[in-house]
Design a binder for this molecule. Structure first.
Ligand SMILES: *[C@@H]1O[C@H](CO)[C@@H](O)[C@H](O)[C@H]1NC(C)=O
Length: 218
C-alpha cells in the first residue's frame, strides 16, 4: 500500500508543472478541477486499497488462528504419546510374601519410580492405554523356592490371559520374566495376576516388577 500511495502523490505533484504555476491565474478553474478529480480518484483508490488491506489482515489473522489451534492440538497429541511406567510390588523396605491363593489374584505394584502420562494406577494395579498403539510390557515374578509352590504371574489384557511367567525350583531364589508386545485400543487395560497356588516374595530390592511403554501410536 505504501508504494501505491507514494506513486499517487508523485502523480499529483507531477501534474502541476512550473509553467502551469506561472499561468496560475489564467488556468486556475480548469486545472484545479482536473487536480481535484485526480485527487478524488486517488482517494477512492486509496480507500479501496485500505479496505483490501484490512480484508487481507483479517484473512491473515484467521489463518494464524487456525495454525495456532493446529499447533496446540499437536502439542496435546505429543503429550498423549509420551507413555512409560515402571512399578514394583513393595513400597519401602519391608519384606512381603504374597500367596499362595486358591485362584489367580491381582498384583498391585505399589512402588512406582516412573509413571509418564499417569497411565499406571498404583491403587488398582491397572495400566490404561491413553492412545491406540503398540505397547511393550515386561514383568518379573520372584520368590524363595519352598519345595511346594512355583512362582508365577500372568499378564492380562482386559479379561484375556496373554503370557504366563512361571518357574519352579525346590529351593533357592526363583525368578521368572516375560515380555510382550500388544496392540491396544484407547481404554484397554493391562495388569498382572499371581497364578493360583504360587507365591511372590518382594522386599526393598524390588524383585517383582511390572513395566510398560508405548512403542508407537497407530
Ligand atoms: C531381598 O531379598 C533377597 C533374597 O532373599 C536378598 O538377597 C536381599 O538382600 C533382600 N533385599 C533387602 C533390601 O532386604
Amino acid at each position: 500500500m505504501k508504494i501505491s500511495v507514494s506513486f499517487t502523490l508523485w502523480l499529483l505533484l507531477g501534474s502541476i508543472s512550473p509553467s502551469e504555476s506561472t499561468d496560475y491565474q489564467k488556468s486556475f478553474p480548469q486545472d484545479i478541477y482536473a487536480v481535484l478529480r485526480e485527487m478524488t480518484a486517488s482517494l477512492v483508490q486509496l480507500k479501496a486499497n485500505m479496505l483490501q488491506t484490512q480484508e487481507q489482515a483479517a484473512q491473515l489473522k484467521t489463518e494464524m488462528d487456525k495454525l495456532k489451534t493446529e499447533v496446540d492440538k499437536q502439542k496435546q497429541d505429543l503429550k498423549v504419546r509420551q507413555v512409560a511406567f515402571s512399578a514394583s510390588l513393595v513400597a519401602g523396605s519391608q519384606a512381603v510374601t504374597i500367596g499362595p491363593f486358591p485362584s489367580d489374584t491381582l498384583l498391585i505394584y505399589k512402588h512406582v519410580p516412573t509413571n509418564i502420562g499417569n497411565v499406571y494406577n498404583s491403587n488398582t494395579g491397572v495400566f490404561t492405554a491413553p492412545v491406540r498403539g503398540v505397547y511393550n510390557f515386561e514383568w518379573t515374578v520372584a520368590a524363595g523356592g519352598d519345595n511346594i509352590h512355583p512362582s508365577a504371574a500372568v499378564l492380562v489384557k482386559n479379561s484375556e490371559y496373554v503370557f504366563l511367567a512361571w518357574e519352579y525350583q525346590a529351593d533357592g531364589f526363583i525368578t521368572s520374566s516375560k515380555a510382550v508386545t500388544l496392540l491396544l485400543e484407547v481404554g484397554d487395560v493391562v495388569f498382572v495376576r499371581l497364578w493360583a497356588n504360587t507365591r511372590a516374595y518382594d522386599n526393598g530390592s524390588h524383585h517383582n516388577t511390572f513395566s510398560g511403554h508405548l512403542l508407537f501410536p497407530m
